[in-house]
Design a protein around this ligand. Sequence first.
Ligand SMILES: NC(=O)N[C@@H](CC(=O)O)C(=O)O
Ligand SMILES: [Zn+2]
Ligand SMILES: [Zn+2]
Length: 420
Amino acid sequence: MAYLLKGVSILGAAPTDLAIVDGVISDKAPDDAQVIDATGLVALPGLVDVHTHLREPGREDAETVETGSRAAALGGYTAVCSMANTSPVADTAGVVEQVWRLGREAGLVDVQPIGAVTIGLAGKQLAELGAMADSAANVRIFSDDGFCVADPRLMRRALEYVKAFDGVIAQHAEEPRLTEGAQMHEGEVSTRLGLTGWPAVAEEAIIARDVLLAEHVGSRLHVCHVSTAGSVEVLRQAKARGVRVTAEVTPHHLLLTDELAAGYDPVFKVNPPLRTRNDVEALRQALLDGVIDVVATDHAPHAVQDKECEWSYARPGMLGLETALPIVLSVFGEKWDLIADRMSIAPARIAGLTGHGGDLSAGTPANITLVDPSARWVVDPAELASRSRNTPYAGMNLPGRIVATFLRGEATVLDGKAVK
Ligand SMILES: NC(=O)N[C@@H](CC(=O)O)C(=O)O
Ligand SMILES: [Zn+2]
Ligand SMILES: [Zn+2]
């Protein structure tokens, strides 16, 4: 199927026509192309998420590769990197290939598996990184996300190992000895509520250590879900010294604060925890400056029984795929070049996903997101495509509707609805 997007604004530029033919962007559409009136709509390179939890294998009651892929497509994504904390853990070539195949079968986004750094995420022995890299899944990002690779010697070995194939270690920066029993950000609010705190320094200390390790061995480090002003300063200094480090921030850390814990609604429980207004401001500035490279969702679906319970028993994590672009739009406004870079171009580069994060010029793969920036919508958890309901944005009125998403020229979303 060929498409002609009539009157579309590419990254906010003056309206033009954009044709999609045989999976690539073209100057000219054939006569039988399906015409889409794109007046007032903005085309972006398909969004890329370097941090998604799809829960399959093991917790298909919370999300599957297919339901998560559909949520991603509806959120404007054409590629997602799936985290390794499944059951079994994605720590072998067999498991990463299984996830990769399920993604291909669903056919809604490119699912790029992330491999575990250590066997069973236990932090004791390196997993078979080379075999995962050589597998059909072609793994390049490795992470024990959910847990920190706390042992500095193991972290050093992992960084050294992936250097051979230009891999990257994505660290969940949390010094476990400083967060034992932690329930929320350590600060005024935690003191008032009587909940055990997760101090900012638990994140900052690991990032400081890891940038030094990455510098020492000359390897690539990626820092997951940066959440504090202090972390931004550590990253700023490391980047100024030329350390090969990249970093992500989540939409929720760009918008929400620890005050939300006051209602004890576990939908706001997440790791790292929601921080203070000062941290939120520093994260926004860091994304603008480029000290933080990308927005990543950390889409973390959880079943009802794991979320709708007492705060201290609830699992940390919140949905993100279907609301990420609207949240970023509401925080930064229509800064399309910034949005395209931080949500598509830079994430595709970090993940090594050639074919994504393009410039929408003729001849490039037609991975495209079509957004209506003027349409507003109210988040209704029941209407989300994710199998889980744990969105922190329920009832919020957000700008920006994803009208269509194209994966290599095939529509995965049309008229705001998933095609399959
Ligand atoms: N972010 C979270 O609070 N939870 C994530 C794990 C993680 O990203 O650390 C999950 O898998 O549920
Ligand atoms: Zn994490
Ligand atoms: Zn995560």
